[in-house]
Design a protein. Sequence first.
Length: 428
Amino acid sequence: MGRKHFFYGWIILAVSTIALIVSNGLAIGGIPVFYKFIREEFTGIGAIAPDRGESFIALGASITFMTAGFLSPLTGWLIGKFSIRYLMAAGCATLGAGLIILATTVSPPLVYFSRFLMGFSLCLVGVLPTIVLVSRWFIRRRGLALGILLTGTSIGGVLIPLAATPLIALYGWRVAMIGLSLVIWFVLLPLVWLLIKETPFEAASKPDGDTDSVGNIEEKSPLSSHGLLLNEALRTPAFWIFAFAAALVFYPIFVTTQQFVLYLQSPRIGMSAAAGSIALAGIFFVSVSGKFFFGYLSDRFRPARVMLVCALLMFAATLVLLRLTADNAFLFIIPFGFGYGGTFVLLQRSAADFFGNRDYARILSVLIVIETVGAAIGGLVTGRLADAANGDYSTSFYLVTAVTGLAALLIGILNLFFDNKSVLSARE
């Protein structure tokens, strides 16, 4: 017997996961540990009015998220026209530039421009291109592969705060940010440029490492032409229920991963910056296990049902927010992070299950826009309510509980009245 063929898809999955660790960790998941210091410096020098500090931070975060989301249809088009390897390399350069600008400016407009660049970088080296890339390499084990891939967004949220906090204490937030940006130039960019291959065909392989005769992957895969076109999906009720549920899910995910640390550090809760960083890292750390566990389950049970379990777990966790204290914060963090990790994976997985792979990149890009709207509204509303309450986030997070409950309700409706076979039959 010959030696077992090594499947190059595992290299693709590893590099793609590292890409999410670095890009999402620096642009979204890990950057909240810098917020308190940025807010204090900009209000201290008079660049931002003291009563607008929370909104200043919230707007910057929302710009990044909105840019990544609203430009995702452009990403879908670019993926069809250009090499994903080239797009990911361009994303590395864009993210590195954005961080350097943010670390060196004292101008609020340049802060917002840097956050735009960071958001645009995620269009090129973030979730959408890596999901499309990994989905080309894995079919039978797609749930597990996407679960592993999307742990990258959480691992970045764990590692960046833990690395940044001591650097900020020693050198200040600006030097710490420039230092972390070196990971992009000297680690991520070389990995992308040297190791990324577009399809299994380029590595003389098959999806999932199957060993039957190698041919044109796109032509032989029965899934490549299976499913709805974007305009067909838009005409189905399931798409809009799915989309609104996704928007409502991303409202609490965004608010919790971006602004919960500010709530914990507010006078009402009273956590220190170090304890707040550990709490933020804790959310992402727990979500890693949720992504693995629920991604694995989605290969064995109906993914929409697994997603409902995740959404209900998130909602149950948010009930702690009604009486949040420093002592019970982890009673929220642990189950919420576990449920959010699973829901994040299942939204991406279920889009392919409900609407097929035929136009997956464009359908997913539209869903990401809608998710982004939900996240951006959450961030802006939370910042405004906190400013109106003199920095108290209590009311903002009561609203998080209500929105999460509504998201679980819509996912329940999706489970009750729709399945992938009935949705896909809309094409006929």
